[in-house]
Write a protein that binds this ligand. Structure first.
Ligand code: KG4
Ligand code: ZN
Length: 348
């Protein structure tokens, strides 16, 4: 089965064509991220306008790549349509203006080509990034799923495809947001600063502030987390050591990153023990974090667990795993009108 997926939940406009949830035949992406650095965060109105501007060229680019894959002329969409079995689209969570553009485009394409339409949860999509370029039977269930994106930090118990159970998550701010805020306070980036905090942390030679930040809810026996207090503590610590030097910045970044990773690792261990699973799937932008990947991998190896995290380009937003998730959770809408954008959709 070949599925065309569309993703427009925030500031990326993406389209991909994926076979059997694993093989990427084509993909295209445009982003308005560069505009959001100026404002220090996404302005929803601007993101939505850019989605409108990008959506048709991005879909066209992806269709042309797919046509080439099938030895058709670029633009020969009449013959291309028989190669596509279904259209999938992110329905939420995300920004309403952005989501609407993708949902409307997907409906239009499905209607014009008379194809089934599948709505996909963006957060579930992040987890299905693990199935891309991997034999499907390599990942066995039940598994613990950890989504750490810019907007969510959630644990789910994945019983099997289409059967996810929410088992815990942050009760306030999310890890990605805490990374971004800390990057701003350290003067590293106004937007999406997580990778820069991580880069600075890797440069740290002397751990000047080791143990100075809290590991919130570290010892609670549930899978809930909290990053709001950590954000405030980081703010206070940064202010208390001003003026900042490169040495201080690297040490602050290191302590902050370690605090977040300590919490995520501890709660993952708790989830694994509580539910007795042997498989862990990670997904979302923060999964690109090298320290998180390394510490999780060490833990999994020690305990004989199977850990999966996506390739770096599949941690951030793309339509590839939206098409992938639709394949494994294939549930076409009875009527196109049943597919609606839902900005506040939870993971399950
Ligand atoms: O999943 P994503 O692309 O967006 C949402 O769906 O929300 O995640 C973006 C988040 C941002 O907070 C970004 O700073 C963070 O992922 N991020 C990182 C790293 N790469 C991206 N955080 C820490 N270390 C990284 N290497
Ligand atoms: Zn995302």
């Amino acid at each position: 089965m070949i599925i065309l997926g569309i993703e427009t939940s925030c500031d990326e406009t993406a389209c991909a064509v994926v076979q059997a949830g694993q093989n990427v035949l084509a993909q295209a992406l445009a982003s308005s991220a560069n505009l959001h650095y100026k404002t220090g965060g996404v302005v929803p109105e601007i993101a939505a306008r850019k989605q409108l501007e990008f959506i048709i060229p991005v879909i066209q680019d992806c269709l042309d790549q797919t046509a080439t894959h099938f030895n058709l002329e670029k633009g020969d969409y009449l013959n291309l349509k028989s190669h596509i079995d279904a259209i999938a689209v992110t329905v939420g969570p995300g920004l309403i203006g952005s989501l609407l553009v993708g949902v409307d485009a997907a409906k239009t394409l499905a209607l014009a080509w008379d194809k089934p339409l599948v709505g996909v949860n963006h957060l579930v999509g992040h987890l299905y990034a693990n199935f891309i370029n991997r034999p499907a039977d390599e990942i066995t269930f039940p598994a613990i799923g950890l989504v750490v994106s810019g907007g969510h930090t959630d644990f789910v118990l994945i019983h099997k495809h289409q059967a996810l159970e929410y088992i815990g998550g942050t009760t306030d701010d999310v890890a990605g947001e805490a990374f971004d805020k800390t990057a701003r306070l350290l003067g590293l980036a106004t937007y999406m600063g997580g990778p820069l905090v991580s880069k600075k942390a890797a440069e740290c030679v002397t751990e000047l502030y080791k143990g100075r930040l809290p590991r919130p809810m570290f010892d609670t026996k549930d899978l809930d987390m909290s990053f709001s207090g950590l954000k405030t503590s980081a703010k206070n610590l940064i202010a208390s050591v001003a003026p900042l030097t490169d040495e201080k910045i690297t040490a602050l970044a290191k302590e902050f990153e370690t605090a977040v990773v300590d919490v995520l690792l501890k709660k993952t261990q708790l989830a694994v023990e509580k539910y007795g699973v042997k498989t862990i799937l990670m997904g979302g932008g923060v999964c690109a974090n090298k320290t998180l990947r390394t510490k999780m991998a060490d833990y999994a190896q020690t305990k004989g667990l199977r850990l999966f995290y996506p390739a770096l380009d599949l941690c951030t937003d793309t339509a590839v795993y939206i098409a992938g998730a639709a394949y494994f959770n294939y549930l076409p809408a009875k009527a196109y009108s049943d597919i609606q954008a839902n900005p506040s959709l939870g993971i399950c």
